[in-house]
Design a protein around this ligand. Structure first.
Ligand code: NAD
Length: 412
């Protein structure tokens, strides 16, 4: 696929390589995945029919530590996209400086058509077919689109059936089964820190900043609530059922309660209905894609009215769209920085599991904030040094860390 997600990610990566002037051999090593696993998952459905699904685990790079990355259940899951997402994880873990490499997994399935027990059987079958490739010092999955703490708990349980009690094999677990306080909110909280520091650098404040958020799942709903708590005005939210807009600001606690009770935004009627596409081009200060990839493209990048794109989702902006936005003076706060809060607190969860010791929520949040402040400062230095946009600076900082680890370990 010439124009797929993986090719798009590689173009962003190439901008980083070009800025640094790396040798072609080093570029090749850093670009391509280390291992790809594709599995057939056959389960018995509730009506006794046979369900047949394809699962992937792509392990991109482990020079800095075990492979690490989420597991996604969605109809859109395909090898090309998982390759892209695995690569992004290598750069994200390096940028935010947690001792991991990058991986990603997924199952091509419509999770809304599965019962809870079918989802559990599918998760356990995925672990049966991949358990020899994952582990607390090998590859540590986590939640992503349409997977949550419950799915992680099944994964932990099934892995332990093969290898003995091993909570550190997966992060994003519920707190009752060795998860970490603060993990659920972590990606949204990281987005808050990233946006705050970028706005402050430009002489703006979070308070009264108008934000439109696409996606109201883990990332979008936590970001909405935290941004609302900090005085930002969330004017639009959306989910797979569509978008909901109020130019004076939505009542975010009410939106959250509605989704908690109803499961989605469909019947939320205290706002004007808009489409997911319309949300991205609303007149606001910040637009935050927090759902699927490649929603900002050359088709709509010229119509974006926001001054900032806060990438809660992975890979929401195509390479040409990024160029258009940058040329127009729109700041893209790139995914590998903006949404790195999840993997950061996943690292804290893993560290707690390995020590069999828990940290307090205030300690977790404080350590998370420190990582974001440090990463933002380092981004500014690189942006000034090379005169590049924030996304290229993010890749430059991440590539440098992975390259150094690769060379020092003699992996070349
Ligand atoms: P989620 O499953 O909790 O929520 C996804 C949301 O997107 C839901 O509101 C869903 O209705 C909506 N959605 C799905 N398809 C859509 C479509 N076609 N158009 C508009 N909305 C749609 O997922 P999540 O964990 O919040 O992940 C969202 C994004 O953030 C993904 O790109 C994921 O890779 C990324 N991300 C997640 C984490 C994490 O910790 N969960 C960390 C980093 C990045």
């Amino acid at each position: 696929m010439a124009g797929g997600a993986y090719e798009s990610t590689n173009k962003f990566l190439q901008d980083g390589f070009d800025t640094l002037g790396l040798a072609p051999k080093t570029e090749h090593m850093l670009k391509t995945p280390a291992r790809e696993v594709k599995v057939e998952l056959v389960i018995t459905m509730d009506d006794e029919s046979v369900g047949n699904f394809i699962g992937y685990r792509v392990q991109h790079d482990n020079a800095r530590g075990p492979f690490k990355g989420g597991l996604r259940y969605d109809e859109s899951v395909n090898r090309n996209e998982v390759q892209s997402l695995a690569s992004l994880m290598s750069w994200k873990t390096a940028l935010i400086d947690v001792p991991y490499g990058g991986a990603k997994g997924g199952i091509s399935v419509n999770p809304r058509e599965l019962s809870t027990s079918e989802k559990e059987r599918l998760t356990r079958r995925f672990v049966e077919t991949t358990h020899q490739f994952i582990g607390p010092t090998t590859d540590i999955p986590a939640p992503d689109m349409n997977t949550d703490g419950q799915v992680m708990a099944w994964l932990f349980d099934e892995y332990s059936n093969f290898h003995g009690f091993e909570p550190a094999v997966v992060t994003g677990k519920p707190v009752d089964v060795h998860g970490s306080v603060g993990r659920d909110a972590a990606t949204g909280r990281g987005c808050l820190f990233a946006l705050r520091d970028v706005l402050n650098h430009d002489g703006h404040e979070l308070a009264d900043t108008e934000i439109a958020i696409q996606g109201f799942g883990n990332v979008g709903s936590w970001a909405a609530r935290l941004l609302d708590d900090h005085g930002a005005v969330v004017t639009a939210v959306s989910d797979i059922t569509g978008g909901y807009y109020d130019p004076t600001g939505l009542d975010i606690p009410a939106v959250y309660e509605h989704v908690a009770a109803e499961g989605d935004l469909k019947t939320f009627d205290d706002a004007t209905e808009i489409t997911n596409d319309e949300l991205l081009t609303l007149d606001c200060d910040v637009v935050m894609p927090a759902a699927i990839g490649h929603v900002l493209t050359e088709e709509n990048a010229d119509d974006v009215q926001a001054d900032y794109v806060l990438e809660g989702a992975n890979g929401p902006t195509t390479y040409p769209a990024h160029q258009i936005l940058t040329d127009r003076g729109v700041t893209c706060i790139p995914d590998i920085f903006a949404n790195a809060g999840g993997v950061t607190v996943s690292y804290f969860e893993w560290a707690q599991n390995i020590q069999h010791f828990s940290w307090s929520e205030s300690e977790i949040n404080q350590r998370l904030e420190e990582r974001f402040i440090d990463a933002h400062d380092a981004l500014r230095d690189t942006m000034d040094r090379y005169d590049v946009p924030m996304r290229t600076a993010a890749f430059v900082n991440a590539i440098e860390r992975v390259r150094r680890a690769t060379e020092m370990r003699g992996l070349q």
